[in-house]
Design a protein around this ligand. Structure first.
Ligand code: R5P
Length: 291
């Protein structure tokens, strides 16, 4: 027999039930499962994330630094909050004991030899569930040749993901000849958010990045872009989070660094603790020397 319900103080009638908001911008109206997945990507204490992006092979093949993900990336993966990668690398190379968030690349098609904006969705929702991923990532080419197709890839992924509580990360991809300025990124990020993306990845711009984050109603994470000298990359990270980014999704500036393990730790200190760039660079050098 179950224990009898007893009248007593353990009901705490004097304590109102809590009704907390969710810590991520624009995410409060989402369901429990999708919030739980977002909380595996973004650290609920800092509200930010360090995503380690290693999905470049999906259109570039074995790019510099990613020739052997087992040797180059797995040793530094524990320092990231989340790995962003393809299902091929996840299954073949990442041990299932890895228990942090996985953001799965869900679009693809063309290689670097062809028109990159001509992508389609390249992962089924059942596969995403089977792999227990925390989010799906899709490239959106605003202003690109196949702009509408890429936007509709994103909206379709949002619709499918909403059925099962899987968030969508929209990645703003910029064509070679297009201006990379705040006006462009305001347009691209806002379109992605308006059409349903749960968070958006975009590039840092030195002028007006704060207007990009302010006008986007969901979190923005900063893409690293081409390899920069370490101090410059750390300074860019610091500026991005100071100007409203909810973290970074960096690849080459970490895995192509002279010391990726030291670099990811310095980036983490900036993102979660807002360590000033000069101190983060000092940390990078100390860790590098210690190694
Ligand atoms: C590129 O298309 C991939 O989505 C990468 O994840 C992205 O570019 C971020 O990597 P990186 O910091 O090297 O630019």
């Amino acid at each position: 027999m179950p224990e009898e319900d007893k009248e007593g103080k353990q009901f705490h009638q004097e304590v109102p039930a809590t009704c907390e908001g969710f810590f991520l911008k624009g995410s409060n109206s989402l369901d429990w499962g999708i919030k739980n997945r977002l909380a595996r990507i973004f650290n609920p204490e800092s509200g930010r994330t360090v995503m380690l992006a290693v999905d470049h092979g999906y259109f570039q093949g074995p790019t510099t630094g990613l020739e052997r993900i087992d040797l180059n990336i797995l040793p530094i993966a524990p320092f990231a909050d989340t790995l962003m990668l393809t299902r091929g690398i996840l299954r073949s190379t990442v041990p299932p004991t890895y228990n942090k968030g996985i953001v799965l690349r869900a679009s693809g098609g063309p290689s670097i030899l062809k028109e990159l904006s001509h992508e389609g969705l390249a992962v089924d929702m059942e596969e995403a569930i089977r792999l227990n991923v925390s989010a799906l990532a899709v490239q959106v080419f605003i202003g690109g040749e196949f702009e509408s197709q890429s936007v509709l890839n994103m909206t379709r992924l949002v619709d499918m993901g909403m059925r099962y509580g899987i968030p969508t990360l929209a990645v703003t991809a910029v064509g070679k000849d297009m201006a990379r300025d705040a006006r462009y990124f305001r347009l691209a990020c806002r379109m992605c958010a308006e059409l349903g993306a749960h968070y958006v990845k975009t590039y840092y711009v030195p002028q007006g990045f704060d207007t990009v984050t302010a006008s986007c109603p969901v979190p923005i994470v900063m893409a690293g872009g081409k390899k920069l000298p370490e101090l410059e990359a750390l300074t860019m990270c610091h500026r991005a989070v100071q100007e409203g980014a909810a973290g970074v999704d960096m690849g080459r500036n970490i895995f192509q660094s002279a010391n990726p393990k030291a670099m990811i730790q310095a980036v983490t200190k900036i993102v979660h603790e807002l360590l000033p760039p000069a101190q983060a660079y000092e940390l990078y050098q100390d860790l590098r020397a210690g190694a």
